[in-house]
Design a protein around this ligand. Structure first.
Ligand SMILES: *[C@@H]1O[C@H](CO)[C@@H](O)[C@H](O)[C@H]1NC(C)=O
Ligand SMILES: *[C@@H]1O[C@H](CO)[C@@H](O)[C@H](O)[C@H]1NC(C)=O
Ligand SMILES: *[C@@H]1O[C@H](CO)[C@@H](O)[C@H](O)[C@H]1NC(C)=O
Length: 362
C-alpha cells in the first residue's frame, strides 16, 4: 500500500504549480502565517523564559517554566521574556529578582541558545523581551548580542516606534531578509549604536501583570502611562498589545511565586472563568485587533498554545516538538530518567556531606 502512494505523490509533484510549492513553506509553524504581518498574529510568550522549575534548579518555586528556552521555542513559543541583572563579577546575567534567588547564567549564553534555534529553523521569527532591571546601556547589551553572534539576525524597523504607524513586515518578508529576531528592552531610552534594541513601550502596550485572582485579569492598558486606561488610545497609537496572563500566589513573608495550583484553568483554551481562551477573546474584542503577544507561565500546561493557534486560525501546525500537557513536580519526574539522575546527584551530595561530616568530626 505504501509504495503506490509514494509513487503517486512522486508523479503528482512535477505538475504542482510553483505557487502551491511556495505555500508549502511554514512560517512560525503554519503556511498561512507567512503572509501575515508580524503585528497581526498572536505570538505565544514564555514569561521569565530562562527561569526553569525542573531538576536543574531542584524544582525552584521561583521557576516560571517547566522546560528551558530551547524546548519552549521548539514547542512553538515565539516570545521569550527575561530579566537582565548586573552581577558583582561584572557580567550581565539572567536572574529572578536577585541573583541569589535564581541565576540562569549570562545573557550572552542565553542569546546563544536563541541563536541555536534560529540557525536550525530558518523560517521562524523569534522575539525577546529583556527586562532591564539594572539599567544596562545599549553598549552593554550590544556586547552580549555580539558575544552570542546573534546580531546578524537582529531586526531593525525602518521607522521608530509608534511613529511607524504600526507598519510591520509579514513573517515571510522577515524570513526572506534573514532579520528574524525582534528585541524589545524595558526600558532603553537611548539605543545609540544598537538600533535593533527597541524601547519596549515605544512599540508595545501591556495590561497589568500583577494578578493573583482570576477576577484580576483585565484587558485595560496599564503601561505605558501615556495610554493607560484607554484601549482606543493604546491601539490607535500604533502600539502592539501584549496580554499578560499569569497568576502569582502569595506566600509567607510577602513573597510571591508563580501560581501552579490553578494552571490547568489559567492556561486552558476554553471560555470558562480564568481561561486563556476567554481572556484572549475578550481583549481581542476590546482592542478591535488580536493581541500581538500573550505571556504565560508554564506554557506547556493548558496547553497555552491551543488558544493562540485558535486566535491565529491555525488548525494544523507543523514542525513543533510535543511537550506533555501537565504540571511537572519532583515526584512526577523522579520516575523519569532525568529524575533518576537528579536523585543520583542528591545521593552523591548526601554521601559527600556524610564523608565531610565524618572528616570534620574527626
Ligand atoms: C533543554 O532541555 C532539553 C530537554 O531536557 C535538553 O536536552 C537540552 O540540553 C536543554 N538545553 C539547554 C541549553 O539547557
Ligand atoms: C487556586 O486554587 C486554590 C486551591 O487549589 C484556590 O484556593 C484559589 O482560590 C485558586 N485561585 C484562583 C485565582 O482561583
Ligand atoms: C470561546 O468563545 C468564542 C467566542 O464566543 C468562540 O469563538 C470559541 O470557539 C470558544 N472557545 C471554546 C474553546 O469553546
Amino acid at each position: 500500500m505504501q509504495l503506490p502512494t509514494t509513487l503517486q505523490s512522486l508523479l503528482l509533484l512535477p505538475i504542482l504549480p510553483l505557487t502551491a510549492l511556495a505555500q508549502q513553506r511554514a512560517c512560525n509553524n503554519a503556511p498561512s502565517l507567512c503572509s501575515t504581518p508580524y503585528n497581526s498574529l498572536t505570538h505565544l510568550g514564555a514569561h521569565d523564559s530562562p527561569f526553569v522549575r525542573d531538576g536543574s534548579t531542584s524544582f525552584s518555586t521561583s521557576g516560571n517554566q517547566f522546560y528551558n528556552s530551547t524546548v519552549q521555542l521548539e514547542a512553538g513559543v515565539r516570545l521569550l521574556s527575561a530579566q537582565v541583572h548586573s552581577s558583582a563579577d561584572g557580567t550581565w546575567r539572567l536572574c529572578h529578582s536577585s541573583c541569589d534567588l535564581l541565576d540562569a547564567g549570562t545573557l550572552s549564553d542565553w542569546l546563544g541558545e536563541v541563536k541555536g534555534f534560529l540557525d536550525g529553523n530558518p523560517d521562524e521569527v523569534v522575539t525577546v523581551l529583556l527586562v532591564n532591571s539594572d539599567g544596562a546601556t545599549a553598549a552593554d547589551l550590544r556586547g552580549e548580542y555580539a558575544a552570542a553572534g546573534v546580531e546578524g539576525y537582529a531586526y531593525q524597523p525602518q521607522q521608530g516606534g509608534a511613529q511607524g504607524g504600526g507598519e510591520w513586515p509579514t513573517l515571510g518578508e522577515m524570513v526572506g531578509s534573514g532579520k528574524r529576531l525582534v528585541s524589545f528592552v524595558a526600558s532603553l531610552e537611548d539605543n545609540t549604536g544598537a538600533a535593533y534594541l527597541l524601547n519596549e513601550f515605544d512599540y508595545v502596550f501591556e495590561n497589568s501583570f500583577e494578578n493573583s485572582q482570576f477576577s484580576d485579569f483585565s484587558c485595560a492598558p496599564d503601561r505605558p502611562a501615556s495610554v493607560s486606561g484607554s484601549a482606543s488610545e493604546a491601539v490607535s497609537s500604533g502600539r502592539m498589545a501584549l496580554m499578560n496572563h499569569f497568576l502569582y500566589q502569595d506566600q509567607a513573608f510577602g513573597i510571591q511565586s508563580p501560581d501552579v495550583g490553578n494552571l490547568t484553568t489559567t492556561n486552558a483554551p476554553g471560555n470558562a472563568t480564568g481561561n486563556l481562551g476567554l481572556h484572549l477573546g475578550r481583549c481581542t474584542r476590546e482592542y478591535g485587533v488580536q493581541p500581538t503577544f500573550v505571556l504565560v507561565d508554564f506554557f506547556n500546561v493548558g496547553p497555552a498554545i491551543e488558544a493562540v493557534d485558535s486566535a491565529n486560525g491555525v488548525a494544523s501546525p507543523v514542525g513543533r516538538r510535543s511537550v506533555p500537557n501537565r504540571v511537572l513536580t519532583e515526584e512526577s519526574e523522579s520516575s523519569a530518567a532525568a529524575g533518576a539522575n537528579a536523585a543520583f546527584r542528591r545521593w552523591s551530595l548526601a554521601l559527600v556531606a556524610v564523608v565531610l561530616g565524618y572528616a570534620v568530626c574527626r
